[in-house]
Design a protein around this ligand. Structure first.
Ligand code: NAD
Ligand code: DAO
Ligand code: ZN
Length: 369
């Protein structure tokens, strides 16, 4: 079938809206009509060329929501008409990683997903007779996409697509990192570096679990008001701090934070986030994705003296199990998504969404089809 998609032809170039040919679902696959998709910093990162796994030409987008149109042979858990959120971290429930119960990093289709193809090694997208690659197994910047069954969370039908698409990445990544990965406890002090689409969800997660001080660090003063609405108790504009930021934050939290989160993707800030965690027990969780070839550094004594450095992917969430629950939280008013979706636009304007993100004007833009 012909579909309308925003195609990333090469690194650094704007996306172009194209008519692309999409083959129907093969065994174990599902054809989904995408109704809405968030535009995340990671899409920008890949488009910029900084992503070591970035491949072109490809159809980006990994934060979508839509409706099942058709299922391929052997698909048993979904049917036409089901409402779904595609998962860039699948949940097969049978691989050794899923069965370990120690991680959400299902490996069932990891290798082919990383190569931009479906589990059988081929792409369903073609343009002018040439293959166009999938992205993160989701490719939600297209009005129709094909996704493996194990990479789709079935959600309730009364949930609005243009809001709950954000649960496909940012919401789950931020709240999940607090609850699943860091396991922040009531009364803990928390420092969040970066108050964008991920960091603000870390803040709302920290408030949900009853954190005490919730310190937000950003260079954009425009983020303060919204972050306070989401539960931030103290704002630090790091550009205005005289002297050492780490010492400033250690003093502010009276010895360091129980938990810190890096939500930017900057290796210098990852170090600062570790070093302002409390001596003896502070845990620092890296969420931001750094550019190709970058490395983190600290003095090993920071770890010898009890700080823990860890990372979190998709908030440690098992998508098919956890995403429908987070949709319920939204529908029950337990989490706020509406105030984070600052811009909604048709897919034709998707390059504007990238520009708003670069300018620091948007938190989340959502494109609709
Ligand atoms: P964003 O652009 O919306 O937010 C980044 C924030 O960091 C902005 O508010 C910006 O002002 C602030 N910032 C930039 N430089 C800073 C500095 N030097 N000091 C302090 N603040 C600074 O981005 P986002 O969508 O929130 O994504 C954040 C990161 O998380 C990205 O690296 C993204 O790729 C990554 N990410 C990771 C996962 C995961 O599963 N681990 C999932 C999604 C996104
Ligand atoms: O290696 O098993 C694996 C999966 C790696 C994917 C992790 C994705 C999280 C970081 C990318 C940001 C996604 C928007
Ligand atoms: Zn698995």
């Amino acid at each position: 079938m012909d579909v309308r998609a925003a195609v990333a032809t090469k690194a650094g170039a704007p996306l172009t809206i194209e008519t692309v040919q999409l083959e129907g679902p093969r065994a174990g696959e599902v054809l989904v009509e995408i109704k809405a998709s968030g535009v995340c910093h990671t899409d920008l990162f890949t488009l910029s060329g900084d992503d070591p796994e970035g491949l072109f030409p490809a159809i980006l987008g990994h934060e979508g929501a839509g409706v099942v149109v058709e299922v391929g042979a052997g698909v048993t858990t979904l049917k036409a008409g089901d409402h779904v959120i595609p998962l860039y971290t699948p949940e097969c429930r049978t691989c050794s990683y899923c069965l370990s119960r120690k991680t959400n990093l299902c490996q069932a289709i990891r290798e082919t997903q990383g190569r931009g193809v479906m589990p059988d090694g081929t792409s369903r997208f073609k343009m002018g007779g040439k293959e166009v690659l999938h992205y993160m197994g989701t490719s939600t910047f297209s009005n129709y996409t094909v996704v493996p069954e194990i990479a789709l969370a079935k959600i309730r039908e009364d949930a609005p697509f243009e809001k709950v698409c954000y649960i496909g990445c940012g919401v789950t990544t931020g709240i999940g990192a607090v609850i699943n990965t860091a396991k922040v406890q009531a009364g803990d002090n928390v420092i969040v570096f970066g108050l964008g689409g991920i960091g603000l969800n870390v803040i709302q997660g920290a408030r949900m679990v009853g954190a005490d001080m919730i310190v937000g660090v950003d260079i954009n003063p425009g983020r303060e008001e919204l972050a306070r609405k989401f539960g931030m108790t103290h704002f630090v504009n790091s550009k205005e701090v005289e002297g050492d930021l780490v010492q400033y934050l250690v003093n502010l939290t009276k010895g360091g934070a129980d938990h810190t989160f890096e939500c930017i993707g900057n290796v210098k800030l990852m170090r600062q986030a570790l070093e302002c965690a409390h001596k003896g027990w502070g845990k620092s969780t890296i969420i931001g994705v750094a550019g190709a070839g970058q490395e983190i550094a600290t003095r090993p004594f920071q770890l010898v003296t009890g700080r823990v450095w860890q990372g979190s992917a998709f908030g440690g969430a098992r998508g098919r199990t956890d995403v429908p629950k987070i949709v319920d939280w939204y529908m029950e008013g337990k989490i706020n998504i509406d105030d984070l979706i600052t811009h909604v636009m048709p897919i034709d304007k998707i390059n504007d969404a990238f520009q708003l993100m670069k300018d620091g004007t948007s938190i989340r833009s959502v494109v609709t089809f």
